[in-house]
Design a protein around this ligand. Structure first.
Ligand code: GAL
Length: 424
């Protein structure tokens, strides 16, 4: 009798294990709508991931829903309407950090996906700084697909050589060389539409304040309306005078601004390393040979980071398909498919070593910097501050551009800090 009971117990256990395995392997069907701003020439890395998903789950119809516009300026507005209107996509692009936690998690719009990290063993493969930016009260809310660097200065190797200029390592050096470049009929530093000006601002602020000063804006230790911030705005104003700001900036996408550097109409560009993806994947140029890169002036040894991630919104119509998508994003294969095309490094710490040949000289050097540099979060790309701050920071910038007053901008930023609760 005892033997029989033992046999039945073992049988029951085997059946249970079998059905769990079946549940995992079960053929997925229906749709998967992925929402992002990776359209046009920002698209190849995402498309490669979608192809991989299609091979793994051929019966799922993937809808690649993109809204064009660098840094998600348009996509985030559409997303907000959809989320508030009860029409979430199955998964959407969201920056790790405050854009995720201080915007969507705090509003109870994201599902807890801790179980995926536990089942996949991901606590050991993602760096702690990054995990911290995905967690609220011990629960995890998105899967990071990459790490991008915001504070990078780009140039064409042959052009700077021809013009006989050294790549500036401080903003003071840049301002010194600015007139020489202008006399050669070249724009010293190209900017584009509004968000790229905010992007430049964060590199300038980091250069002036240093990493501790930058971080202390967000902990409340640095007065956003105080003397240090006035100095940031003053320096920023001097730098803007060396750009195309009043000529054609507002009509240029970040790609068109990068084109100005490629074509020799501009000497430098401060942009995140999606520019490396554009220069390499779209333009077929080679790092160190055709294009060069350096930390933005005054920020050597500091890595201003951001991470694109995807989660599972509350009320997503096809959650099983989303979970399979998220498992792919965090896998070695997913990360090594996406990042070499995107110009970013994998969020997983084991991915570059697993297939180093996939990563070009720029990405190898950035991966090394990521593991050695001081890390600080990007404002323009959602790591450091919530959406409310970002939205209102646009007005601070408008005040500065209209008045030219560093004091007025610093004072407006102080008010925005209080209203958004983003500064400690
Ligand atoms: C960033 C995003 C990058 C890239 C860039 C330009 O916010 O994290 O992946 O898409 O915008 O659009």
């Amino acid at each position: 009798m005892k033997q029989r009971i033992a046999f039945l117990c073992i049988l029951a256990l085997l059946l249970a294990v079998g059905s769990f395995a079946n549940a995992q392997d079960e053929e997925l069907t229906g749709e998967l709508e992925i929402f992002s701003w990776w359209a046009g020439d920002e698209g190849p890395a995402l498309e490669a991931l979608i192809d991989l998903y299609g091979e793994m789950h051929p019966d799922v119809e993937v809808i690649n829903a993109t809204v064009t516009g660098g840094s998600g300026v348009n996509a985030r507005a559409v997303l907000k309407t959809r989320m508030l209107g009860g029409d979430p996509p199955d998964s959407f692009q969201v920056h790790a950090g405050e854009e995720l936690t201080g915007t969507w998690v705090v509003a109870d719009r994201m599902e807890d996906i801790t179980f995926i990290f536990e089942e996949e063993g991901w606590y050991d493969v993602f760096p702690q700084d990054l995990l911290d930016a995905l967690v609220v009260d011990g629960a995890i809310y998105s899967v990071p697909v990459n790490i991008h660097r915001s504070n990078v200065m780009w140039y064409m190797v042959d052009n700077v050589e021809e013009w006989g200029i050294d790549v500036p390592t401080t903003w003071a050096e840049f301002l010194d060389v600015c007139p020489t470049i202008q006399e050669a009929g070249v724009v010293p530093l190209v900017v584009g539409e509004a968000w790229t000006v905010n992007h430049l601002w964060e590199s300038v602020a980091l250069g002036v304040l240093g990493p501790e000063g930058w971080n202390s804006i967000w902990t409340g230790e640095l007065d956003p309306a105080g003397a240090e911030m006035v100095e940031v705005w003053e320096t920023f104003g001097d730098i803007l005078a060396c750009t195309n700001m009043d000529v054609d900036a507002s009509g240029l996408s970040w790609q068109q601004a990068t084109d100005a550097v490629i074509e020799g109409d501009a000497a430098f560009n401060i942009m995140g390393d999606w520019a490396a993806g554009y220069l390499t994947t779209t333009q077929g140029l080679e790092p160190d040979v055709d294009y060069g890169y350096a930390a933005s002036p005054g920020t050597d040894g500091v890595f201003m980071w951001l991470s694109d991630s995807f989660g599972l919104p509350v009320g997503a119509p096809h959650p099983d398909n989303t979970v399979a998508w998220l498992r792919l994003l965090g896998s070695l294969e997913g990360q090594n498919t996406f990042n070499p095309l995107k110009g970013s490094i994998p969020a997983r710490t084991d991915a570059v070593d697993a297939e180093p040949d996939l990563y070009n000289a720029y990405l190898q050097s950035t991966a090394a910097d990521w593991s050695e540099d001081v890390l600080v979060g990007s404002l323009a790309h959602g790591t450091a501050a919530n959406e409310r701050f970002m939205g209102e920071f646009n007005q601070v910038m408008e005040i500065f551009l209209a008045s030219g007053s560093a004091e007025a901008a610093a004072s407006a930023m102080g008010a925005v800090c209080i209203q958004s609760g983003a500064c400690g």
